[in-house]
Design a protein around this ligand. Structure first.
Ligand SMILES: [Ca+2]
Ligand SMILES: [Ca+2]
Length: 161
């Protein structure tokens, strides 16, 4: 038996069959406590999405909507893929909601509100068209529009679960 195989046997022996709480399949839980939004009843499941969402009130600037989501320990929503786009653009939501994408730091370099590059940006035809005057994402119907910082909208907050 090789040394590596011996160690595997020893680890499996140490972890299994003794009635203890440790199993080979249970990772050590180092995650932070659940976010406050996870137990906030305003956040609801939608479509097939695994995360939960809520709408803010209307008439907000993008930065205000962002702050409201942050206060819930959520974030302005962004879409990861077509499934999430369909979920958020579905019949239960009217168009025209702020999304958590922006190119305010570097024009044309769209980033998620988390700071990561936005890799899925389902722009509406002709968008983005605002250059430096429009640096924030808006879900308008079934696609994204870039919009300015004085526009007033509701936002979609997303709670990562
Ligand atoms: Ca821009
Ligand atoms: Ca635009």
């Amino acid at each position: 038996m090789s040394r590596a195989a011996f160690l595997v046997v020893m680890i499996v022996s140490a972890c299994g069959g003794d009635g203890g709480s440790m199993t080979a399949d249970a990772p050590i839980e180092l995650d932070a406590p659940p976010r406050a939004c996870a137990s906030n009843p305003a956040y609801v499941t939608m479509g097939t999405a695994t995360n939960r969402y809520r709408m803010t009130g209307s008439g907000l600037r993008w930065a205000q909507a962002r702050a409201m989501c942050d206060a819930d320990e959520a974030h302005l929503a962004f879409v990861d893929d077509l499934d999430e786009l369909i979920t958020l653009a579905g019949p239960d939501i009217n168009p025209g909601y702020f999304m958590g994408v922006s190119d305010s730091a570097v024009e044309g370099e769209w980033r998620l509100i988390t700071g990561d590059p936005a890799t899925y940006l389902p722009w509406l035809p002709g968008e983005p068209n605002g250059d430096r005057a429009e640096n924030f994402g808006e879900l308008d119907g079934n696609g994204i529009n870039d919009i300015g910082d004085t526009a007033l909208r509701a936002g979609i907050c997303e709670c990562e679960l």
